[in-house]
Structure formats: C-alpha cells, structure tokens
Design a protein around this ligand. Structure first.
Ligand SMILES: [Zn+2]
Length: 338
C-alpha cells in the first residue's frame, strides 16, 4: 500500500534513540498539583474518560492497585470505562465479578487477552474463550514478542512485568521465515473478526504490525489499535501516519511521557509530533499505569490532560483522545455522551 513506510532511515523523529534524560528533579513528590480552575477544566475533559490499557493487579508484577481499586477510583472521577491488561492472563472473569457485585460503580470494567506464553501464545481457543466472556481487546504478544525479547537486551529500563518467579518468556512468532503471517495468527484474526473484537499490536515490531494489520483487515477485523509506537516497537512518524491512514487508532502510553514517571523516555514535543502524525481523530491516550512507584492511572490521566493543554490542544480535541475515540474503537459509544 502507498502509505506504507518501513525504512528506518527516513524517520523524521528518531523514536529509536532519543531518550529524555532522567533528572534528579523528576520525582513524583515534586510534581506540582493542578490548581483550582485548571483542575476543574481537566476534570471536565476527563468526564466519560476511558482508559483502554491499564495494568491493575493482581499480577506477578508489582502493582499499586487492583482491578476493583481501579474501578472505584475511576468511578469517582466519572470515567466511563477501563480495559485492564495483564501480560499473563485474560481479566475477563475478574471484570465479570466486579460488574456483578458492584453495580453501584459508574465505571464499566472490561478486559482482554495478551497472547504471551502463559495463555499458549497464539491460541485461538483462549481468544474464543475471552470473546465468549465479553473480552474487548486481543493484544498480539508483548513480553514474548520476538521484538520485545530483542528490545529487552538493549533496553534502558527493565520492563516491570518481570517473570522472575516463572520460567523466562520464550518467543511467540507471528510471521514465518518468509515474512508471511502464520496460519495460527490468521485463525486468531478470524476469531477477532467474528466477535468484532479489537486487535492491538502489543509489542510486535512495527514491520510485523503492518503485515498483521493488513491481514486482519483482509479477514474482516474492523477495530485496530496500534500500541505505543513511541517505544519498544521501533516505529517512525511515517509508520504512525500510515497505520492511522489504514483506519487504526494510534494509542499513546502516558507512562512514557509524564514528568516524574519512572518510565519516561519521551518528551512532550515528541507526544505532539506523534499526535500530529495520526491526527486527533485517530489518537487515543491510555495510562499504561498501575505499577508501583509511579502515578496512579487517574493521576496519570490528569497530568496527561494538563500536558495536552500545554501542548495547545483544545478541550474538545483532548476529550476525543481520552474518551470518545476509545469509545469508538472499542464499540462503547453508548457509554459516553458525545
Ligand atoms: Zn502496557
């Protein structure tokens, strides 16, 4: 396709190399609180918010809050929905329990499945089960992605979902040696299409995401999320433009951008470049938070909205990126007032 650009050399943003320096002043405690009027504006923008990618626990990785804590916090802030993501298990059963026993909570909780080793890698049975339980998102491999295992060797930070208590991840490929999408992946794509679920790219290398997304669309998948092009997946701004042009939502993780986040690797300017590449109609913002020693998902969203305001975005544009765009790609339009 014409929009496709995989040449690393033509990146107009050096997303593979630029690392924001960690300064001693970048600590959570020194983060200025939002003042009155500004806070009210941020809160209004976040009404009907959706966090489509959040790491509440329980998990083998240290988590600062569990799924129920999360839904309680987000309900207080008027969020419409959250989609929990654990690297090792589908959170659909937990979501069902919370939905049943806490009808008073405003925020609806959903989950999905990440196709890492614990669920058998590219396992259509596990995906069908997740679909049958109301799962929303199927993430391609993350910690077990071949790209992730390569990235990890050179990474400047340790990915928090450590497998210290388990055998290390073994690679889950999605392409064969000739760069063709594997049959088992096609099988999973068919399940996603049949159930109208969302396919998210996880930690695939961007060159794999292109091929898997194209195959997904050929097989009838309508809902695509390009997971954090800003880190791990080696994407350029041209990739972001192109993947958005094919109809995918481009998702940015606040954890990588917020001052004071221990995962910060990107600058505000880079966030703006990434948003501009896809456009505000094709961009969604997730917290990707829930870990210990960093902002809570809700704090992250508040700071993220304030950051977008500083970058010059209008309130309506920011609201799209934190609410209605995610509602659209997740099929949750009825939960948000447009
Ligand atoms: Zn994540």
């Amino acid at each position: 396709m014409t929009t496709r650009t995989q040449t690393k050399g033509d990146a107009d943003l050096d997303l593979g190399i630029t690392r924001a320096p960690k300064s001693a002043t970048e600590t959570r405690s020194q983060q200025p609180a939002l003042s009155g009027e500004r806070k009210a504006r941020v809160d209004a923008i976040l009404k009907d918010g959706i966090d489509p990618h959040v790491h509440s626990g329980p998990s083998i990785a240290p988590r600062a809050l569990d799924h129920l804590d999360l839904v309680r916090q987000m309900s207080d802030a008027g969020f419409a929905a959250v989609v929990t993501k654990d690297h090792d298990y589908a959170g659909v059963a937990t979501a069902a329990l919370i939905k049943k026993h806490h009808p008073e909570l405003h925020t609806k909780i959903f989950s999905g499945i990440v196709l890492n080793n614990v669920v058998g890698g590219i396992n259509p049975y596990a995906v069908e089960h997740t679909a049958a339980m109301g799962g929303k998102i199927v993430w391609m491999p993350t910690l077990a992605a071949e790209n992730h295992l390569r990235w990890e060797k050179a990474a400047t930070f340790a990915h928090p979902a450590s497998t210290q208590k388990m055998r290390p991840a073994s690679p889950v490929p999605v392409l064969d040696a000739n760069k063709r999408v594997l049959d088992c992946v096609k099988d999973v794509l068919d399940v996603i299409a049949k159930n109208d679920m969302v396919l998210a790219s996880g930690h695939l290398h961007v060159s794999e995401t292109w091929l898997v997304f194209e195959e997904a669309q050929r097989r009838g998948v309508k809902r695509l999320i390009f997971t954090h092009p800003e880190d791990i997946v080696d994407a350029t701004l041209n990739d972001v433009r192109g993947v958005a042009a094919m109809g995918a939502m481009v998702e940015h993780s606040l954890a990588f951008f917020l001052d004071g986040s221990k995962f910060k690797t990107r600058s505000a300017k880079e966030l703006r470049q990434l948003i501009e590449a896809a456009g505000t109609d094709s961009t969604i913002i997730c917290s990707d938070l829930g870990q210990t020693g960093v902002f809570s998902p809700l704090e992250g969203f508040r700071l993220g909205v304030a950051l977008c305001m500083e970058l010059g975005y209008q309130d309506e544009e920011i609201h799209k990126m934190v609410s209605t765009n995610a509602a659209r790609v997740l099929g949750l339009d009825s939960l948000v007032s447009s």
